[in-house]
Design a protein around this ligand. Structure first.
Ligand SMILES: NCc1[nH]cc(CCC(=O)O)c1CC(=O)O
Length: 307
């Protein structure tokens, strides 16, 4: 039997697709697994700001189209890039065990965020990272840095910024863990929904493929994502707004922290909830409603979003 993996062509996406390829071959000796690399709209338009383009779905749409047209059997995604609702006929069938969910402070001259001198420049295109940075260090100059992990590190090394922020997970996967000067994590700095988790999407009615994926699935990550994605869905799943959220599963309980910010970082609303793991999605919805009542509704309304 042959299984075809739709993947983006960036080094990180290819690493993740090969990681799934090897995991499938370990679980099913004799299974043939091929990569089907493709360029997405998001990759073609790296020069334009993501929020102006209308969202993160741009990195997954082409892969999903390949699944629907039977040009591939599974698509491997960074869950951070996957919108909260799947297209009709597709489903997220497996999540791999998570890598470090934290963000990484990366700099050649400074060991920590606190060590940056007043007025230093930090590169990141993520509204979520920008808003939290501004809240912690209003004095910093934050620049819009986009591109693949390698491109961003090169811009740092060329001296365009004093520091940049990236996901620890991507750096670790690419063998660049040594570039992490300081991990920035909860409760001080909240990651993106799904950060560090690789998800596998397939056709909903493809029972054979779902069977092959079952041994790769990590139920704790499914609980984490249920909480985080329900939280994001209740906030409208928008990417023009800084939204962060992180769930931690302890046995049969989940702790979920989340925040919503004004795009300019002038305001951050945050809260935490805790509850049973089998009600993770309801917990995510409840956290979103708490934040809406404490100021997030006004932040979203100012952006023309009714929730
Ligand atoms: N936005 C691109 C992206 N999507 C997922 C990751 C990291 C890997 C992960 O979160 O699993 C990255 C790179 C980054 O933010 O530094």
């Amino acid at each position: 039997m042959l299984l075809r993996i739709a993947t983006r062509e960036s080094p990180l996406a290819l690493w993740q697709a090969r990681h799934v390829q090897h995991a499938l071959q370990r679980a099913h000796p004799g299974l043939e697994v091929q990569l089907v690399p493709m360029t997405t709209q998001g990759d073609r338009m790296l020069a334009t700001s993501l929020s102006a383009l209308g969202g993160k779905g741009l990195f997954v749409k082409e892969l999903e189209q390949a699944l629907l047209e039977h040009r591939a059997d599974i698509a491997v995604h960074s869950m951070k890039d996957v919108p909260v609702h799947q297209p009709q006929g597709l489903c997220l069938a497996a999540y791999l065990p998570g890598e470090d969910p934290r963000d990484a402070f990366v700099s050649n001259a400074y060991a920590t965020l606190d060590a940056l001198p007043p007025g230093a420049s930090v590169g990141t295109a993520s509204l979520r990272r920008q808003a939290q940075l501004r809240a912690l260090r209003p004095d910093l100059r934050v620049g819009d840095l986009r591109g693949n992990v390698g491109t961003r590190l090169r811009k740092l090394d060329e001296g365009h910024y004093d520091a940049i922020l990236l996901a620890c997970a991507g750096l670790i996967r690419l063998g660049l863990e040594a570039r992490i000067r300081e991990p920035l994590g909860p409760p001080r700095f909240l990651p993106a929904i799904g950060q560090g988790i690789i998800g596998i999407e397939c056709r909903e009615d493809d029972a054979a493929t779902r069977g092959l994926l079952a041994p790769l699935h990590d139920a704790r990550m499914a609980t984490r994502l249920a909480a985080e994605r329900a939280f994001n869905a209740r906030l409208g799943g928008a990417c023009q707004v800084p939204v962060a959220g992180h769930a931690v599963v302890h046995g049969d309980r989940v702790q979920l922290s989340g925040l919503v910010g004004a795009p300019d970082g002038s305001q951050l609303v945050r809260a935490d909830v805790e509850g049973p793991a089998d009600q993770a999605a309801a917990l995510g919805t409840r956290l979103a409603e708490q934040l809406l009542d404490r100021g997030a509704r006004a932040i979203l309304a100012a952006l023309g979003m009714a929730v």
